[in-house]
Write a protein that binds this ligand. Sequence first.
Ligand code: ADQ
Length: 479
Amino acid sequence: MASSGSADLVIVANRLPVDRVTLPDGSQEWRPSPGGLVSALEPIMRANDGTWIGWPGGTDQGHEPFDADGLSLVPMSMTPQEVEYFYEGFANATLWPLYHDLVAKPSFHREWWDAYVSVNRRFAERAAEVASEGATVWVHDYQMQLVPQMLRELRPDLRIGFYLHIPFPPAELFQQLPWRRQILEGLLGADLVGFQLPGGAQNFVRLVRQRVGHKTHRDLVYLPDGRTVRAAAFPISIDTAGYEELARSEQVEKRSAEIREALGNPRRIFLGVDRLDYTKGIYARLRAFSELIIDGHFDVEDAVFVQVATPSREQVEQYRILRDDIDRLVGHINGDLGRIGRPAISYLHASYPREEMAALYRAADIMVVTPFRDGMNLVAKEYVACRYDNDGALVLSEFAGAAEELRQAWLINPYDINGMKAALLEAYEAEEKERSRRMKAMRKTIIQHDVNAWADSFLGELAAVRPSHGKTVRPAKRS
Ligand code: ADQ
């Protein structure tokens, strides 16, 4: 058994919650990358002297552990070949498409798998070094699925949780993976395996029974060594109160009026906000919108579509193809339908601070979220959180995890362009009373179920799965 460190709570994730940025003068500094996960985990990290292990991006070697804003961070380096094989390859060109219903074709390469194994091993070894005796280690997402088992072998004293942020596919699809058994066994190193939806947990338990041959009962897996592993759903959420507070601020209200003004004060503003990813259904939604103009339901004086699409994973070929396809489509639509000073689609690649996101949500009459498959989709929840006025319409794909909670959205099938057009038009024409009825109900859901509730319930369950074992994680001190 490896000797133990001093952290009572360890987060293991592919990425650190900070980015290494190069300033104009050539010097470098760490900058917090403000994501939902960071704000969710920060209070618990602080209350438990937590440590976060992850990759800061890039290929610089030899970063030392450091404290940022009171959080203790352990940067893991990657070689250029690991970035290519592990990150761009196995994580984002094998697992990502396979876990998202084969929206794109996954590639299977043995050398990518070898890199996945060795990077996972390095993360597990580092976690084993920093965790204190009986500590809780929470491993995150599809890049790290082998870490639980590798870590358990090194440190059987630990309480280990795993959470998957993306969908866990049905057995029929997962079966394609040449390393399916290793992945399942990797996950079974955890005491609690968390998914976004109950369907993911059921897929996992069924696969464990079929492929690994362990005994299972409902959400429990019984291992030959006497250990029990629980698989359950913990739908992730957002800092609802934080978004609402931001949305209510004078600065955001002012900025949102400026945005409407800059767009020419059209009757209705449609908004899409996504990473530029083929799972998000951006192409189909822009086509649906443009056809509504062509069909004469409204014109560019009445409505504009603001699409914010932050480029991501640009070294992966399918992402480059997608970016070109959407660039071309937007060019066509604006060339055919736009007028001077009035494009049909206002298309932006920028990445914005939270204030600007909140202002966009406030400015948008109709939020359009149309993924072909999405673990949850936080954008849909952020929009609802910002609509404290109980106004605004959400058009949401049935295939986003968020659709299981936000039932009052205008739900659509993103493969059905006519159905999507009908829903966009209904949302465009909906009376205030109807919009408010739906928004009120959705707001109730996300106010009750925010990201703190998510983290507390995962960690609470994790403690319950191994009650007689390990230290207790102290709840976050919240203001
Ligand atoms: P993502 O696929 O990245 O997350 P999503 O849940 O929508 O998708 O989260 C995106 C986050 O990035 C949101 O918080 C959003 O505000 C932010 N964002 C997007 N575009 C931005 C921009 N241009 N500028 C600034 N911020 C931007 C994965 C899974 C999801 C799951 C989450 C969390 O794919 O299904 O909901 O993890 O578990």
